[in-house]
Design a binder for this molecule. Structure first.
Ligand SMILES: C[S@@+](CC[C@H](N)C(=O)[O-])C[C@H]1O[C@@H](n2cnc3c(N)ncnc32)[C@H](O)[C@@H]1O
Length: 255
């Protein structure tokens, strides 16, 4: 029995290494060791308990299934960035509302795009705002399937505005028209840099109002370096706009 347990754990460690890379494996081993030594702290336990209560309340109210923590190893991931994705943890509805309300804009002409849409909670919350269209981009097939089922459970008027794309965020072609691009800490810095550059180039080629709402912003420098400026720095979110061309030239040396 002991041997079987060791074999299972070794296989899991191998899959994490293969799918997510050495860094993820080392971080996970450190966390597991910390827990075994009783070092994980009351903070994490409190966070988990609160998150579970929020998940249960949201899912019961919306009639969907968006909760839990889903690690990405073993999932069917499209594109080249499997090792740079962050596990699925749905956004906190209060944090989402705080960030969206800070936009203080007429959103009726805007599309909302969630890069790394997971099980679709941010899309469901976005449907409570008057966005013209709502798009979720997710690279894990299993999470994309859960989001599809969740959207199917929504009222027809919300469903009609939402579309789901199984795609790597760095390869997504942004829609025309004004945009709110939402990220809930979905990926590591290198992908963030690629996405920030791609979106900035898109805005230069097709000028239009675009704002980025970055929840739990771990890699803000990736955006600033790509020609975005912070217009609002909240407790748990950042709102960015493209720098005007002159400022962009100064910051990046691009003319
Ligand atoms: C923290 S979860 C956020 C889920 C959702 N946006 C929300 O707020 O409820 C991050 C999600 O990003 C997805 N993801 C990570 N890297 C991605 C990439 N390169 N392209 C598309 N999705 C990605 C993960 O699979 C995961 O579902």
């Amino acid at each position: 029995m002991f041997t079987a347990a060791v074999a299972r754990k070794t296989e899991k460690a191998f899959r994490i290494y293969r799918d997510l890379g050495l860094r993820s494996l080392v971080l996970r081993l450190a966390r597991t060791l910390g827990r075994a030594l009783g070092l994980s702290g009351a903070g994490e336990a409190r966070w988990r308990a609160r998150k579970e209560a929020v998940d249960v309340a949201f899912d019961a109210e919306a009639g969907v299934s968006t909760g839990g923590i889903t690690h990405l190893y073993g999932l069917s991931i499209v594109g080249p960035n499997a090792t740079s994705g962050v596990s699925h943890i749905a956004c906190d509805p209060d944090e989402f509302r705080a960030a969206l309300d800070a936009l203080e804009a007429d959103l009726t002409e805007h599309s909302f795009v969630d890069l790394g849409s997971g099980k679709g909670r941010a899309l469901i919350l976005a449907a409570r705002y008057p966005f013209a269209t709502i798009v979720g981009v997710e690279f894990a097939a299993e999470l994309h399937a859960v989001a599809t089922a969740n959207v199917a459970a929504l009222p027809a008027a919300d469903r009609a505005r939402i579309s789901l794309v199984y795609e790597d965020a760095s390869r997504f072609a942004f829609p025309d028209g004004p945009l709110v691009v939402f990220l809930n800490n979905p990926f590591e810095e290198a992908v963030c840099r690629e996405v920030a550059r791609h979106l900035r180039a898109d805005v230069s080629a097709h000028p239009r109002p675009v704002r980025v709402v970055y929840l739990r912003p771990q890699h803000r420098a990736a955006w600033i370096d790509a020609g975005w400026s912070s217009v609002r720095d909240g407790t748990c979110f950042l709102i960015l706009e493209p720098c005007p061309a002159a400022a962009l030239c100064k910051a990046t040396g691009v003319s």
